[in-house]
Design a protein around this ligand. Structure first.
Ligand code: 6GU
Length: 279
């Protein structure tokens, strides 16, 4: 039997010390140093140290030929800026796959489909990901054609390269992996998971710069707190992200809640939060 160890900083999670990572990310990047402090810090740093998450960085420049190890070149057809040549990227991708196996290969580019929470969940289920970071004005299209299973952007703005986008994706995906967050319930309630923004939150002190924590949150009435939070979450979504409502329209209950009407009666819940549970 293999030895077990308590994962440091992650209460209740025990795994064999030689267990494979649950999330295995291959980063293909010309600037591996960008990720140094990011990968060492906070819960992600702990998960990497504990072996729950493995991030391996590979630099295509190490596969470039010639005295100057040139990875970019001018663009066919003319135009500004440089384009990443396909050979060093292809060699990096194939070497990684030869050594550690096939991965779901994601090319990071502003021309990709938008990364969202659903994609984060899908990537978390994949287990093994390759994030290919573009740079300069772009990547030779044959890399997208021949090597990318997916092309993803993190938003409608242009970054100088895919590295920060890769960091965003790693953080969003890693925190969905069991044992990384330390509190699994927190991925359920939060913004986007149900097509709604998260409700506002407060902590101590109860009064700060003349602003008080809403009374209902200090009442101890769990049912009222839950209803209040649902309403605030809806109000926020309507005010800040009406686009989310197009994809995920208001239910009859939500409509009623927003208009201050009583929702249609549903079956009373049973269990600890039901009418017979603790007050
Ligand atoms: Cl993935 N790459 C670059 N260069 N810019 C971006 C992006 C990716 N996502 C949004 N902007």
């Amino acid at each position: 039997m293999s030895k077990e160890s308590v994962v440091r900083g992650v209460p209740g999670v025990r795994r064999a010390h030689d267990a494979p990572p649950i999330l295995d990310v291959e980063l293909i990047t010309l600037f591996p140093d960008i990720f140094d402090s990011f990968l060492r810090t906070s819960l992600l740093g702990k998960a990497v140290e504990a072996g729950i998450v493995r991030i391996t960085r590979t630099n295509p420049r190490d596969f470039a030929r010639g005295r100057h190890r040139q990875v970019d070149d001018s663009c066919y057809g003319g135009g500004p800026g440089m384009v990443l040549r396909p050979e060093p990227l292809a060699a990096a991708i194939e070497t990684v796959q030869g050594e550690r196996g096939r991965a779901h290969r994601v090319l990071l580019a502003p021309s990709g489909r938008l990364f969202d929470q659903a994609t984060a969940f899908a990537f978390a289920r994949r287990g093994r990901l390759m994030l290919i970071c573009g740079r300069y004005e772009g990547v030779d299209e044959r890399i997208a054609d021949l090597f990318a299973d997916d092309i993803v952007s993190i938003g409608d703005y242009v970054l100088a390269g895919g590295e920060l986008a890769a960091a965003v994706i790693i953080e969003a995906v890693a925190r969905l992996v069991p044992g990384v967050l330390g509190c699994e319930a927190s991925t359920v309630d939060e913004s986007f998971s149900a097509g709604r923004l998260e409700y506002p939150q407060w902590t101590r002190p109860p009064e700060f710069l003349g602003r008080s924590v809403p009374e209902v949150l200090r009442s101890g009435n769990h049912a009222e707190v839950a209803t209040w939070r649902r309403l605030e979450s809806l109000r926020r979504t309507v005010a800040r992200r009406p686009d989310l409502l197009l994809r995920c329209p208001l239910s009859e209950d939500e409509q009623a809640l927003l208009e201050g009407r009583k929702p249609k009666r549903r079956r009373k819940p049973s269990g600890p939060d039901g009418p017979d549970g603790p007050r």
